[in-house]
Design a protein around this ligand. Structure first.
Ligand SMILES: *Cc1c(COP(=O)(O)O)cnc(C)c1O
Length: 453
């Protein structure tokens, strides 16, 4: 009988996260203080994050043990299944083997709970009882609200206004777990008030919602902390549970990938699957790591490599990254998620030094690949995940041409059950392809300090 699902017994679940900072051949340029532009001291982050997470953010220890209470929570859905997409292979008539790690089985429906749980746990350990955050499409708000309910904490989610209005079920889901939702920009923060005064009809953006959530934490005097769902080192770290599991699952069937693929917004699900393989790549292993992003928000392929803020209000530290500029708002005709202007420093470092490749893909082809996957494998993928699927499909088609039987591994970062309006747009022919004009990128990035070296 053909084996579709490669399960890992719970008893063999990895009990440590992998910290890529221990193995980078050259160090990632440090975060800078937004005021002084000097390298950040750990204490500078103290107004936003608890000390235990700051320690992880700056750590260069290779392995960081997963606390018992986090392991217990992980066991609600981990280890996640690794599956071989036989039907997709057949549909593509490819000699390639296609595997995917199925992160859609988590209670929140995506990989984001992998970091929401430890972030809630470490804050609770540090005596914090309330977390604030932002959410765009809603997956991160869902994940953090679930994690906070697990640890009996309060959670306030600043939700990008247009999503708040367009995604009532996402809203109800977040509220089901007890979190409070504020549509952003709002009049509950100074930044929100100032922004609304200038742009009363603003649909909101992730960068604005981040500014609001950060402001609430900074002004709370330590009672409230902020939590971020991607981009930061400790988030990448927590997500490596994905790749560490995948390694064990593939080893158990004597397989090893030639190509590892993830979609890239802030970079966390991609880091989660690929960083455990980057370890081998640094040691000379011939393996391709591939980031796939939308051509409507082409951060890695067309952004500037330099220091930029994470938010519109310029409250966050300056991080080295590829960026389209912190004021950049992706075109509204784009429906495929992955709308963040920047990317994790660690992912940018990988791409800048040639350890990772990046490709930008058009949304109609992305959804087409998602439909094919759904019909072959029975899972409706999140629009973000469809980018990784198309990356894998393109690779498999190349194998069909060349006759090469590569082993492809991609991350199915989430399911699309709350994104059916995007599918509806696709099915009714309303989605169009979009190439961002170079002049728009130049304008949005004109003040970015380019980084040499
Ligand atoms: C948030 C999200 C992404 C993008 O975020 P990354 O940090 O780049 O992983 C991708 N897929 C799904 C399902 C998401 O919820």
């Amino acid at each position: 009988m053909t084996e579709y699902t490669i399960n890992l017994p719970g008893s063999q679940m990895p009990d440590a996260w992998y910290n890529i900072a221990a193995d980078f051949p050259s160090a990632v340029p440090p975060p800078l203080h937004p005021g002084t532009k000097e390298p950040l001291a750990p204490s500078d982050l103290g107004a936003i994050f608890p000390d235990n997470l700051i320690e992880q953010e700056m750590s260069t220890e290779r392995w960081i043990s997963i606390p018992g209470e986090v392991m217990d929570a992980y066991k609600l859905w981990r280890p996640t299944p690794l599956r071989r997409a036989y039907r997709l292979e057949k549909a593509l008539d490819t000699p390639a083997k296609i595997f995917y790690k199925n992160e859609s089985v988590s209670p929140s429906g995506s990989h984001k709970l992998n970091t929401a749980v430890p972030q809630a746990y470490y804050n609770k350990e540090a005596g914090v009882n309330t977390l604030t955050t932002e959410t765009g499409a809603g997956q991160w708000g869902t994940a953090l609200s679930i994690a906070c309910s697990m640890f009996d904490m309060h959670c306030t989610v600043y939700m990008v206004k247009v999503s708040f209005e367009q995604k009532p079920y996402r809203r109800s889901l977040i509220q089901t777990f007890g979190a409070e939702i504020v549509p952003s920009p709002s009049d509950t923060t100074d930044f929100g008030k100032a922004y609304l005064a200038k742009h009363p009809d603003s649909p909101g953006a992730l960068g604005i919602a981040i500014s609001e959530a950060v402001e609430v934490a900074v002004k709370s005097g330590g009672a409230i902390r902020y939590s971020l769902g991607s981009v930061l080192n400790h988030v990448m770290l927590h997500q490596t549970i994905i790749g560490e599991e995948a390694r064990l699952q593939m080893e158990s069937i004597d397989e090893y990938p030639d190509v590892v693929i993830g979609c890239c917004g802030g970079g966390s699900n991609l880091a989660g699957l690929s960083f455990p393989y980057a370890r081998d790549k640094f040691n000379g292993k011939d393996i391709t790591l591939l980031a796939v992003e939308p051509s409507a928000c082409p951060t890695l392929t067309r952004g500037v490599y330099g220091y930029d803020f994470g938010d519109t209000g310029e409250l966050t530290p300056l991080l080295i990254q590829y960026t389209l500029g912190h004021d950049f708002i992706p075109p509204s005709i784009h429906s495929g998620g992955l709308r963040y202007h920047g990317v994790a420093s660690q992912i940018a470092h990988m791409v800048h030094h040639g350890y990772m490749e990046a490709r930008a893909l058009q949304q109609t082809k992305v959804f087409e690949a998602g439909m094919l996957f759904a019909r072959c494998e029975g899972i409706v993928p999140a629009p973000e995940s469809c980018h990784a699927i198309l990356g894998a499909v393109d690779e498999a088609k190349r194998c069909r041409e060349s006759g090469e039987a590569k082993t492809i591994l991609f991350n199915l970062s989430g399911h699309g059950h709350f994104d059916m309006s995007s599918y509806e747009s696709y099915l009714s022919g309303k989605l169009t392809d979009y190439d961002l004009e170079e002049s728009l990128i130049q304008e949005a990035t004109k003040d970015i300090l380019q980084y040499q070296g």
